[in-house]
Design a protein around this ligand. Structure first.
Ligand SMILES: NC(=O)c1ccc[n+]([C@@H]2O[C@H](COP(=O)([O-])OP(=O)(O)OC[C@H]3O[C@@H](n4cnc5c(N)ncnc54)[C@H](O)[C@@H]3O)[C@@H](O)[C@H]2O)c1
Length: 425
């Protein structure tokens, strides 16, 4: 009856790996995306971003992305919506991408199709989609057309393995909808967990928010340890060692498109300060804390500063919602002689949406020449060796290393301390 088993609407960091994994599992999948660069890259057989495991699958050119829903939506059995769901500047969910998708799909929806919402959404959004379909088409959800919420819970960089190893939550309000979505995801997921819309929406948000809070606690504990003159890395290691009821996270920059915004999706409906708001404040404070604390040891004003890493987490090329631009702005406020940004996972220049001009991306060795202060902003693989080299060439340079990439259990140290530690170990 339908030419395609599935059409992915929005083939970004979530939609594209899903489409490719489905193709690899023998599913006839296609996609729609409004971004012409994205379509050009995918249809040419090249990954448009870094996500391991997909280079060979995409090169087969079996997954084609179209510009217009008219080309493929009417002929697809399942429609998976994976567009972005950011926050507005205020604590308010931005539903506009979902609304635009619905408007673009409306006249192409057909009897017998299954719509699957997979973007991370605020509680109640799948019900909104249901009402939208029933108001704007002749189709009745659960009878003519099926609808589920099936959250994506992969971590960027791990999509290829996690799409096949994580249980898939399938939220629906009727058995036919849940059966239909379960059949699709059963091609990948080892286990299907059936539930209703709201529970599925909350599972996804609770998964992310609890992680966000864990990192906020880790950042708060780092401050407390520092207040008492203790070492957070040693304290954490001892607290976790062979102790079954504690799993303290590492301190670090905590942001990115998922973790930071997802708490806002719940918080927009609550008027009072709560734990989620405190976690947000704690994580947002980390860049200011690093600049402030480094300045107690070294001078930034009129000196050369290097920032290693710009993406929101290790070994990715995703800079969306990264805290590093904020760190750079705080450094700039001290009027340094120069701030050199270096991230080997990103192109040169770096196009950061809030910056008025593209940012120069320095090769790491050039960035560290004659540098006075270094902030390790992202814990990319390879930075340990880079810091050791700095220690040999410029031992007096001060380092702010919240990720403990140097491995000497200190957030602030002089680069030469790394070389001394290696010699004495
Ligand atoms: N990135 C992650 O690791 C991750 C993990 C789990 C869940 N999520 C959630 O998945 C959703 C998508 O995130 P992402 O990181 O893939 O975003 P993304 O920006 O990488 O991808 C979204 C894609 O949708 C396209 N798009 C936007 N409007 C469209 C429209 N009207 N028609 C067709 N295409 C359209 C964009 O061009 C883009 O390519 C978000 O809700 C996010 O919170 C993301």
């Amino acid at each position: 009856m339908f030419e395609y088993d599935v059409c992915i609407i929005g083939t970004g960091r979530v939609g594209l790996p899903l489409g490719l994994s489905l193709v690899d599992a023998g599913v006839k999948a296609t996609g729609v995306d409004i971004d012409s660069n994205m379509r050009e890259s995918v249809n040419d057989g090249r990954m448009p971003f870094h996500e391991p495991g997909y280079d060979e699958i995409i090169a087969r050119k079996e997954f084609i992305v179209h510009a217009s829903p008219a080309d493929v939506v009417p002929s697809s059995s399942h429609l998976v919506i994976t567009v972005g769901t950011p926050l507005h500047n205020h604590i308010e969910t931005d539903l506009s991408q979902i609304q635009r998708v619905l408007a673009s799909l409306g006249s192409y929806l057909r009897k017998g199709q299954t719509v699957i919402l997979r973007s991370t959404v605020a509680p109640g959004t799948t019900t909104y989609v249901k009402k939208w379909i029933e108001r704007n088409t002749e189709l009745k959800v659960g009878e003519d057309i099926l609808l589920t919420f099936c959250p994506e819970r992969i971590a960027e960089g791990l999509a290829h393995t996690e799409l096949r190893s994580l249980p898939q939550i399938v939220g629906g309000e009727d058995e036919k909808s849940i059966d239909s979505a379960s059949e699709l995801f059963g091609k990948l997921a080892p286990e299907i967990l059936r539930t209703d819309f709201i529970t599925a929406e909350l599972v996804k948000l609770f998964n992310n928010i609890s992680r966000y809070i864990n990192f906020a606690v880790a950042n708060q504990f780092a401050l407390i340890a520092d207040d008492f003159g203790a070492n957070i890395y040693e304290t954490r290691r001892l607290a976790n060692h062979d102790y079954p009821r504690c799993n303290l996270a590492m301190p670090g920059f905590t942001a990115g498109t998922c973790l930071r915004k997802d708490f806002g999706m719940i918080n927009e409906w609550s008027a009072y300060p709560d734990m989620l708001l405190s976690a947000w404040k704690m994580n947002e404070f980390t860049p200011a804390m690093l600049v402030d604390q480094l300045m107690k040891r070294a001078t930034i004003h009129d000196h050369r500063v290097a920032v290693l890493g710009f993406s929101f987490k290790a070994d990715t090329d995703d800079i969306r919602d990264s805290l590093v631009p904020k760190l750079c702005r705080y450094i700039e406020r001290q009027l340094p002689m120069e701030v050199r940004i270096s991230d080997h996972n990103l192109p040169d220049p770096i196009h950061e949406p809030s910056a008025s001009t593209p940012l120069r991306n320095w090769p790491v060795n050039d960035a560290l020449v004659d540098v006075d202060c270094v902030f390790v902003a992202t814990n990319h693989t390879g930075y340990h060796e880079v810091l050791l080299e700095l220690g040999r060439n410029r031992p007096e340079a001060w380092v702010a290393d919240i990720w403990n990439v140097g491995g000497i259990d200190q957030i602030f140290y002089q680069a030469g301390d790394l070389v001394n530690a290696e010699v004495s170990s």
